[in-house]
Design a protein around this ligand. Structure first.
Ligand code: GUN
Length: 300
């Protein structure tokens, strides 16, 4: 069994981006810039957004954090996003989800300029991803692909069982793993809450991606010997021994699954750090797309 080290791989991605930013600024060009929009005070969202801003600082990207009260009206929020769309210095925009109930996430996502859609949630980005065209791949699926690639895990001809059909993870991962490329070329089974025989299907999997948000759902008896196990779960469970009062629990029961697996991601320290790396890479790609002329002029 080999533990997949998301912290190590994400650091490697950030180191590479740091070097690329130095090349840009060394040629007198501006650095890539990410704008994060945070509405209200959801604990998880606060942590994620703070981490994204910190990653930008470490890499040398510019960052803007726009905070709004949970009482902001939808029209006003859409106007703020439009302003970020129109700002030539901003390359990537993310609106941290979830949003308060009175705001439609679809309307918000549809308002983001697809050229700045570094979360890859806009219908145009999703459509291109499904069609196999170059686009922003949302950060968590992108991070999972980077882990498979880094550890040179064979995917061609393998049976991947994805558990969970969310728009953010399960659905895009199932599409990406079935594409005719590497990582990809898997036979994919997408399991969800209406799948009657998840255990049976999971036992047939060479690669298991657990993304349903139920702590410890995948147990050792559900996994075949030698399977690759990717745990996307990050449920906060109260834990009095932690300063924060909670610990993060994955969808995989690590202790019973790890001995049977060939590769496994821990929680924390597996997919989580890679989500952030995926977002940083997308921000850099957005910059490249938007600054094509300046880059050519600088001989880059
Ligand atoms: N909420 C949970 N995951 C994500 C993500 O990847 N991006 C945004 N914007 N919000 C999220």
């Amino acid at each position: 069994m080999q533990k997949i080290d998301g912290k190590l791989v994400s650091q490697a991605v950030r180191d590479e981006l740091t070097m690329l930013v130095k090349t840009l600024t060394g040629k007198g060009l501006r650095a890539p810039h990410l704008a994060a929009v945070l509405v209200g005070h959801d604990g998880g969202s606060e942590t994620y957004v703070a981490a994204k801003v910190k990653d930008c600082e470490e890499i040398g990207f510019g960052s803007t954090l726009k905070r709004f009260p949970s009482t902001i009206q939808e029209a006003e929020l859409l106007g703020e996003i439009q302003r970020l769309n129109d700002d030539p210095e901003i390359d990537g925009i993310i609106v941290q989800l979830p949003l308060p109930k009175h705001i439609s996430p679809e309307k918000v996502i549809n308002t983001i300029d697809p050229a700045k859609d570094v979360d890859g949630f806009h219908p145009q980005s999703v459509g291109k991803m499904v069609g196999g065209l170059p686009t922003f791949i949302s950060a968590t699926p992108y991070g999972i692909l980077m882990l498979l690639e880094y550890y040179k895990i064979e995917t061609k001809g393998k049976h991947a069982v994805v558990i969970g059909r969310s728009n953010i993870v399960g659905t895009p991962v199932s599409i990406l793993l079935s594409r005719n490329t590497y990582p990809g070329n898997c036979t994919v089974t997408l399991c969800h809450s209406a799948t009657p025989n998840i255990n049976e299907l999971c036992l047939q999997a060479d690669i298991v991606v657990a993304a349903l948000g139920k702590p410890g759902f995948v147990t050792g008896d559900m996994v075949k010997e030698g399977a690759v196990v990717i745990d996307v779960g990050t449920t906060r469970v109260s834990d009095a021994s932690k300063k924060s009062g909670f610990s993060l629990k994955g969808d995989v029961d690590f202790d019973s699954v790890a001995p049977k697996s060939s590769f496994i991601t821990p929680v924390p320290g597996g997919v989580g750090p890679m989500t952030r790396a995926g977002l940083m890479k997308n921000t850099y790609l957005a910059y490249l797309g938007r600054e094509e002329k300046a880059l050519k002029a600088a001989g880059l």
